[in-house]
Design a protein around this ligand. Structure first.
Ligand code: H2B
Length: 100
């Protein structure tokens, strides 16, 4: 079992992860990405997949052609945990080519 985020860390989320939003109706964060085309979106997803395996933390996500939507939450914690912050920061650090 992983501990859920404490209240102070949660309150700081807009500053810690300014590119992510709180999900509606879930204790989760989301970010939407848009790329030049499907191939670029898929290349990005491949990198996220490798990160997920490395960090042992897996996104809920979807892809429609050049768009990718990622939702992060920690199933073992029943909501947000430090693992989601670490994963979001790792995703944010992926180099371009990415968002248009
Ligand atoms: N990913 C996410 N998002 N939440 C988890 O609780 C989680 C995971 N748990 N990836 C990991 C894998 C766990 O199931 C394995 C056994 O470490």
């Amino acid at each position: 079992m992983i501990r859920p985020l404490d209240a102070a860390t949660r309150a700081e989320l807009p500053h810690t992860l300014p590119l992510w939003q709180l999900a509606e109706g879930r204790d989760a964060i989301t970010r939407r990405f848009r790329f030049a085309d499907f191939s670029t979106a898929w290349a990005f997803m491949s990198r996220v997949a490798l990160l997920a395996e490395k960090l042992d933390h897996h996104p809920e996500w979807s892809n429609v052609w050049n768009r990718v939507e990622i939702l992060l939450t920690t199933h073992d914690a029943g909501g947000l945990s430090e693992r989601d912050i670490a994963m979001a920061q790792a995703i944010d650090a992926i180099e371009p080519p990415r968002i248009l």
